[in-house]
Design a protein around this ligand. Structure first.
Ligand SMILES: Nc1ncnc2c1ncn2[C@@H]1O[C@H](COP(=O)(O)OP(=O)(O)OP(=O)(O)O)[C@@H](O)[C@H]1O
Length: 277
């Protein structure tokens, strides 16, 4: 069953969602099959402009596949994805992806990795020269322009991955477990840095993660996928205003929503264990 909810209890007084200007991504009746395996079916999801939607669900439920469908990298077998009303039929300008393992070109330095999308889009040289340093600076990599990925820590590589994704000024940012390969302290730093960046340039974002805390911290809504084939089990309105800070992690609402998402996912883990047993 798909239902939208405000989760356990209403959003606290004064908690306002970010100002939205309309639907950016519309996923409608989406289904993907690989041979006999139906990964998901009947997914309906709308992401507003300036909204961060976190996606959680058990391993293999199709979170990455869903992101790839929005990016046009995976074809749907049923349903549709539109961005700003236009059907996604292949890689789409205005959509950027950040990958779990950074996806940087090892033979390009930071500057050229960040410039990649702009060059691909045939941006004028002057524009590239103006924009690339701006985004390198934004993610805190000024001074590392000439470094190659192997010379950087995981956190720094993901900073470069983020700068590359943002430099093309996308309308939609897709993040596939972007911080899961990074140590816990750096991960927390990057979560808040990403939120600060988003606050200055709010765009639609889909954020896939295995961490319930991260899903709630980052998301305006949290989508919980479950089942085989998977479907949307519940959509939770997080109801915590921006800017979010470390204090957010201690707030009653944060605890309440994380506990609720945890309960939803635990039902699935227990059911999967019983299947195996
Ligand atoms: N190209 C492909 N060909 C065949 N099967 C695939 C392909 N890509 C993904 N799958 C299968 O589809 C299912 C969903 O994969 P996907 O990576 O989208 O799940 P996920 O929820 O992101 O998983 P995880 O949380 O482990 O990253 C898995 O069973 C996976 O093995």
């Amino acid at each position: 069953m798909t239902r939208s909810t405000t989760g356990p209890g209403a959003a606290p007084e004064g908690a306002a969602p970010p100002p939205a200007t309309g639907p950016r991504v519309v996923v409608s009746g989406a289904g993907v099959r690989y041979g006999d395996l139906t990964v998901f079916d009947g997914i309906d999801l709308t992401i507003q402009d300036r909204e961060i939607v976190s996606i959680v669900g058990p391993s293999g439920c199709g979170k990455t596949t869903l992101l790839r469908s929005v990016d046009g990298l995976t074809r749907l077998n049923s349903g549709s994805v539109t961005i700003d009303g236009r059907p996604v039929e292949g890689p789409t300008p205005g959509v950027s992806m950040v990958f779990q393992h950074f996806g940087l070109f090892p033979w390009k330095n930071v500057y050229n990795n960040v410039a990649y999308g702009l060059k691909l889009a045939k941006a004028p040289k002057e524009r590239i020269a103006e924009v690339v340093p701006e985004y390198i600076d934004m993610v805190g990599l000024a001074g590392f322009e000439k470094s190659y990925p192997h010379q950087l820590s995981g956190g720094m590589q993901q900073r470069a991955g983020l700068a590359r994704a943002l430099a093309v000024e996308p309308q939609v940012l897709l993040m596939d477990e972007p911080f899961s390969a990074i140590d816990a302290q750096t991960r927390e730093v990057l979560q808040f840095e990403l939120l600060r960046i988003w606050e200055t340039r709010p765009i639609a974002m889909m954020f896939v993660t295995h961490s319930i805390e991260e899903a709630v911290l980052m998301g305006d809504r949290v989508v919980v996928l479950k089942g085989r084939p998977s479907h949307i089990h519940e959509v939770i309105d997080v109801g915590i205003p921006h800017p979010r800070t470390r204090a957010t992690l201690k707030s009653a609402r944060f605890q309440e929503v994380t506990a609720h998402v945890w309960d939803l996912l635990m039902q699935d883990v227990i059911a999967a264990e019983r299947e195996v047993g």
